[in-house]
Design a binder for this molecule. Structure first.
Ligand code: HEM
Ligand SMILES: *[C@@H]1O[C@H](CO)[C@@H](O)[C@H](O)[C@H]1NC(C)=O
Length: 474
């Protein structure tokens, strides 16, 4: 008996349909497939779409279209972007061993190939111990007076001027970073180091072409010089250590030089330059956004100012003198100011995402992430999801009166590479805001608003403001 062709086709379809349905129920699917998404043009992929306007629009649009996990192709690399708390946890925390940090080779050469960001395994763990030792609360509380001195100096240099907020905050953050790394090292050395660092920085985002005359070439030369300068400081410390037989500067360099786990001079230079890089523009961007949000929200500024004035008054009483310096306990009595910092880091999400690379084929929720593909946890999307943060675009520090759920709020990342400098970052921001709000007023000059990326999110033109001391006014 001949089977009518229609029935044959129907039964074949039914077969595939049944297989499809049963497959979906069986936990590890026999045929893993790539996440949804589009790859754009060959090689250039969707790079232009990403960089043509605000990259955050690109990410948000993709997530709307394809869901929390999607594939795309940027800067010559196929990648999977993940934007749910669960997926970020998978990549950064629970399966961190399957995803290694990854940077363009030119950036690695510029910062130093042995710097902490690029490492995994034992060497990374050892570096982290040394870095965390220098930046844990017990270590940085001893630096408060020094940080405060820098804040006061930067602020008084701005008094009565129109300033580019970001530029001034970079000066502040660099000086604090150098204090935490070198302690009270000889100033002429530090000044020379800064000059080299400025040249390095100019070349960082340039085309990686090592030809005489290019910014990249100059940056690589400055990088070499930085290595010499750090080596010089190391050897002078070794000399003084030999002389005095005791050396406890309690700074990052001391931690790197400490005998049991001592690093080589090259490893120390790579990591010191890496820490300066990690510490400076990040902290400066966050501070810049805080000044913007406070200027735009007078009632929140009022609440912060009252909190800080209360601390100032209480210090005057306790210490009896004109102005007792801040101490660690004071910085723990600033909940309103802390929430402003938290909310700023959420709304601004200055690191929109980070990069990892799959070290083998990885399966996530039935999707295949092929070996060698980049994986980008999108912090900004997670911080702007209305599920995690209702009315996400609104600047509302009071939402942090309740702690956010795990992996919904990661301004400092999470897992093995999470920011070891977060305590110092928070401390230096609090100290700065204490002096700013109790002694100065500022207003945004110009009406342009917008975001620029370089590569951290930043108010347009670095936020031009006019800043004046309150004393002058009275
Ligand atoms: C508000 C300012 C800061 C923000 C928002 C920030 C954010 C981050 C994030 C998100 C990461 C993880 C990146 C990843 O997983 O790929 C990170 C790593 C790192 N940060 Fe920060 N950071 C800040 C300030 C600092 C400061 C002040 C220092 C040093 C004193 C610092 C030193 C580092 C280092 C060394 C790493 C690499 C850690 C590793 O790879 O194990 N950061 N930071
Ligand atoms: C990091 O991940 C762990 C494990 O999922 C979680 O308990 C913790 O809250 C996360 N940290 C943040 C900042 O979300």
């Amino acid at each position: 008996m001949a089977i009518p062709p229609v029935l044959l086709i129907l039964s074949v379809l039914l077969f595939f349909l049944l297989r499809y349905i049963t497959q979906k129920k069986r936990p590890p699917p026999a045929t893993k497939h790539l996440p949804p998404g589009s790859m754009g043009w060959p090689y250039i992929g969707e790079t232009f779409q990403l960089y043509s306007n605000n990259p955050n629009n690109f990410f948000a649009e993709k997530q709307r279209k394809y869901g929390a996990v999607f594939k795309t192709h940027i800067l010559g690399c196929p990648c999977v972007m993940v934007s749910s708390p669960e997926a970020a946890r998978f990549v950064l925390v629970t399966k961190a061993n399957l995803f290694k940090p990854t940077f363009p080779a030119s950036k690695e050469r510029m910062l130093g190939p042995q710097a902490i960001f690029f490492q995994g395994g034992d060497y990374h763990a050892r570096l982290r111990r040394l870095v965390l030792r220098a930046f844990m609360p017990e270590a940085i509380r001893r630096k408060i007076a020094g940080v405060e001195e820098i804040a006061v100096r930067v602020l008084s240099s701005c008094d009565g001027r129109f300033i580019n907020t970001f530029q001034e905050m970079k000066t502040y953050a660099l000086n604090v970073a150098l204090l935490s790394i070198f302690g009270k090292e000889e100033q002429s050395c530090i000044e020379e180091l800064k000059q080299c660092y400025y040249i390095l920085e100019k070349g960082y985002n340039s085309m990686p072409m090592n030809l005489p005359g290019t910014l990249f070439h100059k940056a690589m030369k400055a990088r070499k010089q930085l290595g010499f300068l750090v080596a010089k400081i190391i050897s002078s410390r070794r000399d003084s250590e030999a002389k005095t037989d005791q050396f406890d500067a309690g700074d990052l360099l001391a931690s790197f030089m400490e005998s049991k786990e001592a690093l080589s001079d090259d490893q120390i230079a790579d990591n010191i330059i890496g820490v300066i890089f990690a510490a400076r523009d990040t902290t400066a961007s966050v501070l810049t956004w805080i000044l913007k949000y406070l200027a735009e929200n007078p009632s929140i500024l009022q609440a912060v100012t009252e909190e800080q004035e209360e601390i100032r008054r209480s210090k005057g009483k306790i210490e009896g003198d004109e102005e007792g310096g801040l101490n660690w306990a004071d910085t723990k009595r600033m909940p309103v100011t802390c929430r402003v910092i938290q909310e700023t880091m959420r709304v601004a999400s200055i690191l929109s995402f980070t990069f990892r690379e799959a070290v083998e084929d990885v399966e996530y929720e039935g999707y295949l992430i092929p070996k060698g593909w980049k994986v980008l946890p999108l912090f900004r999307n997670i911080h702007h999801s209305p599920e995690n943060f209702p009315d996400p675009a609104k600047f509302d520090p009071s939402r942090f009166e309740k702690s956010p759920k795990p992996n919904t709020y990661m301004p400092f990342g999470n897992g093995t590479h999470a920011c070891p400098g977060n305590e110092l970052a928070k401390l230096e921001i609090l100290v700065f805001l204490h002096h700013l709000t109790t002694k100065y007023k500022w207003s945004i000059s110009g009406s342009k608003s917008g975001i620029q990326f370089g590569p951290f999110a930043l108010p347009l033109d670095g936020l031009p403001i006019k800043i004046d001391s309150l004393a002058e006014k009275n």
